[in-house]
Design a protein around this ligand. Structure first.
Ligand code: PHE
Length: 450
């Protein structure tokens, strides 16, 4: 099977693809708005600590499982299982992750559809079509169905091309584009009135809330979502890494890029909110609380772009194009999880498997759109509050308790022969065995109680 399996052709290709999966709406939308509503810099500090101390070790567990297995998530987990019940457990965790990835994609595609329509709205205005511009900016069934379907088709088109010509090629194009737009927008926003007040709110800490359980729960959830953990996505991306590569440093690069982009996105969004405020747009509710996340992105920022006159059309276009690109590099990784399983387990050809699974996900997305009030929030909570932490925790249990230590070491030593003497191998196995499961479990329980 390994002869026909895809593989990332270069280190850079893998980093762009895995960072592309990690960097998404979670970084550019979720992180800044959560930071703004959870005490600014205090949330940032908690996030940094949790991302490096809990999410990075968990990411390493998933990448290592995949690289060892050189197969989809279920098969990779089965390869490290030693007896019958462990193999059942492997199926539950691997298949659970695949379902979780598919469900995340089904709501993510709806939000990404909003981003694409918001990208096109300034184009319609520039072209002088008021009707089109109103249709694009107002929520409606026809708009949501059309753009969600469009986004899923885009994702399917990339995934159907395979690992090197699809995922890797497009991640290498889209990620640098994303970075350039992000930095250009930051420079622009920093030059506007009010930006410095926003910068202060973001970077000057109010540490009184740092141990608040609610803040910790949100920060860990954010870190897990952002690193795409508990969805089998990183297992499958790990399985496409060559045995010559150093996993320890690859995982560290991906974590660093992900955290860095979240931090940088905060430098854009939070000052932009205060620039909007300086222009008379309300960003706090009557009770002094920050407006909700979707209101911020879909009302506050467009109001800010409107206030800028014609240049605002270009800035608005760039901003929502940035969001759409970030969403696309993440959604391709979500679709790869079920597709790789279908191709390897049922020997389907890649093209049909991709279209078939894309169609199933579209049906789920449409069902959510048609029952928006009941299903949208429910699917988000089910996958991000329950699915991801629990499945991420189980991957840690697999590596910590089921995988034989020597075999684990042999896997990591490929591409990193000196690892046994370094700090990583002194700390990580204990970490993954005890600290990660306990800490993730505690945070999970307190999120249920909260
Ligand atoms: N990490 C992505 C983001 O931050 C979301 C994602 C979750 C991607 C799970 C893949 C799997 O937006």
């Amino acid at each position: 099977m390994s002869a026909v399996r895809g593989e990332f052709s270069s280190r850079f290709g893998f980093i762009m693809a895995a960072a592309g999966s990690a960097v998404g709406l979670g970084n550019i939308w979720g992180f800044p708005t959560q930071t703004a509503s959870n005490g600014g810099a205090a949330f940032l500090v908690a996030y940094l600590v949790l991302a490096f101390c809990l999410a990075y070790p968990a990411l390493m567990a998933e990448l290592t499982i995949g690289r060892h297995g050189q197969a989809n998530a279920v098969t990779s987990l089965r390869k490290i299982s030693n007896d019958g019940w462990q193999k059942h457990f492997a199926f539950v965790v691997g298949f659970g992750g695949i379902i979780c990835a598919g469900l995340i994609l089904s709501f993510y595609a709806i939000v990404a559809g909003w981003m694409i329509s918001a990208t096109l709205e300034p184009v319609a205005t520039l072209a002088g079509s008021q009707t089109a511009s109103t249709w694009l900016s107002e929520q409606s069934l026809s708009r949501d169905l059309l753009f969600t379907a469009g986004f899923i088709i885009l994702t399917v088109a990339i995934i159907s091309k395979g690992v090197e010509n699809g995922i890797e090629k497009w991640s290498k194009r889209l990620m640098p584009a994303l970075l350039s737009i992000l930095f250009a927008l930051i420079i622009y926003v920093m030059m506007q009135d009010g930006a410095m007040t926003g910068l202060k709110a973001y970077l000057v800490p109010d540490f009184s809330s740092i141990l608040d359980p609610e803040l910790l729960v949100s920060a860990l959830g954010q870190a897990f979502f952002s690193l795409s953990l508990g969805t089998s996505v990183m297992i499958i991306y790990g399985s496409y890494i060559s045995k010559k590569e150093n996993l320890v440093s690859l995982g560290a690069y991906v974590t660093l890029i992900d955290v860095f982009i979240a931090f940088v996105a905060g430098l854009l969004i939070i000052p932009a909110m205060y620039v909007a405020q300086a222009q008379g747009v309300e960003i706090f509710s009557a009770t002094g609380e920050l407006l909700s996340e979707d209101t911020l992105v879909f009302q506050v920022l467009p109001a800010l772009f409107d206030g800028m006159g014609t240049i605002g059309l270009f800035v608005g276009f760039a901003f929502f194009a940035l969001m759409s690109i970030a969403a696309l590099t993440s959604s391709i990784s979500m679709l790869e999880a079920p597709v790789s399983y279908a191709v390897e387990r049922f020997s389907l050809n890649r093209l049909s498997a991709t279209w078939l699974i894309g169609a199933i996900i579209a049906v789920v997305s449409f069902t959510i759109i048609l029952n928006f009030g009941t299903l949208f929030g429910f699917v988000i909570a089910l996958t991000t509050k329950f699915g991801q932490p629990l499945l991420g925790l189980m991957c840690c249990l697999f590596v910590g308790w089921i995988w034989y230590r020597n075999s684990l070491l042999t896997e990591i030593q490929q591409g990193c022969p000196e690892v046994a003497n370094g700090i990583f191998w002194k700390i990580w196995p204990w970490y993954i065995k005890f600290i990660c499961p306990i800490a993730i479990g505690l945070v999970f329980v307190s999120s249920l109680l909260g």
